[in-house]
Every structure is written in C-alpha cells, then in structure tokens.
Ligand binder design. Sequence first.
Ligand code: FPP
Length: 242
Amino acid sequence: MSNNLPNHVAIIMDGNGRWSMLNQCKNRWDGHKYGINAVRDVIKGAVEKKIKTLTLFAFSKENHQRSAFEVNALINLFRECLTREIDQLIQNGVKLKFIGDINALSEDLAIMAKDVEHRTKQCNQLNLNLAINYSGRWHITEAIKSLITNKEGSINPDHNISEAQITKVINQDFISEPDLMIRTGGEFRISNFILWQLAYTELFFDEKLWPDYDKYDFFRALQSFSKRKRRFGLEDAQEQFA
Ligand code: FPP
C-alpha cells in the first residue's frame, strides 16, 4: 500500500438491522452486538496502519426515534462495551472522545463517557471519536449558539460569526477534519453525520453490512484513498504549484 494514508477516517457503520434479518436473529437490533467485533477489528487495523484519528457514528439523533427496545439495547451495549474494553483500549493507546448530546440520551452513560475520556486522555496511538446521539445539524447549531452566547454585548455578524470561528468551535472535539469517510451497508448518503467537517472529505462506500466488515475491508478503503487526487476546490495546476 502506498504511504498516502489518511490522517483521519470517519465511518458510518450501517447495515446492522439488515444483517440481523439475514442471519435469522431474534431481533433486528441483535446485529449491533455483532457490530462490536467489526469495531474492534477496524480499531486494530487503524492502530496497525498508524491512522491518527477514527470517528465512528454509533448513534444518531434520528436513531433516538427507533423503538424503546432498540434504543435501550444500544445504550446497554455502549455501557457494557465501555466497561469491558476500557483496559484493552488503554493498552493499545486509544484516546476516546465522545461527541453528541449524550446527556439527553442517558445521564449515566454521559458520566461514564466523561470517566472514559479522563482515563484515556494520556493515550497517544489513536484518537477514537464516538458520535453518540449526534447529528451534524445539531452540532452546527450548537456551535453558532455558543458563539453568540459567549460574546458580551451586541453581536456583529460580520465580526462575530465567520467560517473560521464556527470551524474553531465545532472542531474542538476533533484533531482534524476527516480525509476519508467510509459508509458500509450499500447506501450512498451522509445521513446528518459530521456535515461541517465533511466538506472536502473523500468518500468510500462499501456494500458489506457492518457486522461482516473487518480490517481488510478497511484497508481496501485506505488503498482507494491512497490513489485519490485531492484538489480542495483548486485546479490541478494550482494545487501542484501551491
Ligand atoms: C446502523 O445500522 C447502526 C447503528 C444504528 C448502530 C451502530 C452501533 C454499533 C455497531 C455499536 C458501536 C458501539 C461502540 C461502543 C463503538 P442499522 O440498524 O441502521 O442497519 P440497517 O440499515 O440494516 O437497518
């Protein structure tokens, strides 16, 4: 594989429900449990390839409208997983950060998330961002609200609200914007993921359902990225001589 690897990869882990149906599971949400194996394998792959940051979309604000059974099953899975995997994460140098409105989903999960962030804050092999009860539009709205409320006196939109300021506020949870975004499950959409940060991200779509995904699938996406030519809105020649 070429050395042109992404620093930051974001993933929409889709297809767990369909996987459950195809594999005759009792409930459509059983697939999330099997999806953990894929999460573990991809984290291993990311550490192996020395990827700096991985951002995983684990639960969207829209997912909150699913049945209470499924929402509770996912919250329990997050709790179990964080308790069970924390030592392994620390051993592998994985620093966890959570983005999203976790408090509105579960107060005890939010407390647990803070504790895990604290316990892994010295780790420096991989930054793992978990998006839980997250939506891109919510994140942009919160960033604008915070720019307005942190300002004393009147707001001058031309001075107080700019692309650079919104980027600064919204990216405080991220080391960088993603170079590559992968979506599994054969759908071709962004589904309200990190909208602001995806402006110039390369996209890769995989037919595989998330529980079947492994680090070799992840490496295929990295390989595809390594052949891409990124221009960030410039012409070919401008980019070469910049
Ligand atoms: C989308 O599949 C997947 C989710 C809503 C949840 C993904 C979460 C995990 C794999 C667990 C991750 C846990 C940690 C701690 C990182 P879907 O149900 O929308 O699938 P479908 O499109 O087939 O219905």
